[in-house]
Design a protein around this ligand. Structure first.
Ligand code: HEM
Length: 153
């Protein structure tokens, strides 16, 4: 059980790396009007896989570390306490929305054969997902919900 929190912490960097790569590629694709390549596909595939694993570990933490039980049994206290509300509601819900956007984005990109549209759709779906992820990470500079940049095993 104790391994999951450090893994969730470190995997965030993979999510951000592949997310940033995906969005930069989409941006250069739109601006440079270049073809949609296997490299573009690989970047957002890795973005999706890293989000999938992060979701799975997030769910394990959510149900095993009493976040869900607490929300269910002490709803009003959780909703009134910023840190508890963040992990029990805001972080988990918004990250699931970002994960959904990544999946919908990949299927929207696959649905068109026009390269310019593939880049545009990538930019919109993966771009919004990345912004949500950036906004909902408990960064060390976020007073109430601060968590470390790295966590050892
Ligand atoms: C791309 C998606 C996600 C990213 C980048 C992310 C990132 C993080 C980070 C950096 C932490 C702090 C880890 C630490 O304290 O060392 C955290 C904590 C947490 N995350 Fe996520 N997360 C994501 C998705 C999710 C999802 C989908 C859920 C649940 C459904 C979730 C549930 C949690 C919970 C419950 C904690 C607190 C764990 C604890 O202290 O017991 N996360 N997340």
């Amino acid at each position: 059980m104790s391994y999951f929190l450090p893994i969730h912490n470190i995997l965030r960097w993979a999510v951000l790396l592949f997310g940033l790569l995906t969005v930069l590629k989409a941006l250069t694709g739109v601006l440079g009007k270049r073809n949609y390549t296997a490299g573009d596909n690989k970047a957002n595939l890795f973005f999706m896989i890293s989000c999938d694993i992060q979701l799975l570990i997030g769910l394990i933490l959510y149900f095993n570390n009493s976040w869900f039980d607490n929300l269910k049994n002490n709803t009003s206290v959780v909703m009134k306490t910023g840190m508890l509300r963040f992990f029990a509601m805001e972080h988990s819900l918004m990250m699931i929305i970002a994960w959904l956007l990544v999946h919908v984005g990949r299927s929207m990109v696959k649905r068109t054969d026009i390269d310019a549209k593939k880049h545009q759709r990538s930019l919109i779906y993966f771009g919004i997902a990345l912004l949500i992820i950036l906004a909902m990470i408990p960064w060390p500079f976020r007073q109430e919900v601060a968590r470390p940049w790295f966590r050892g095993f």
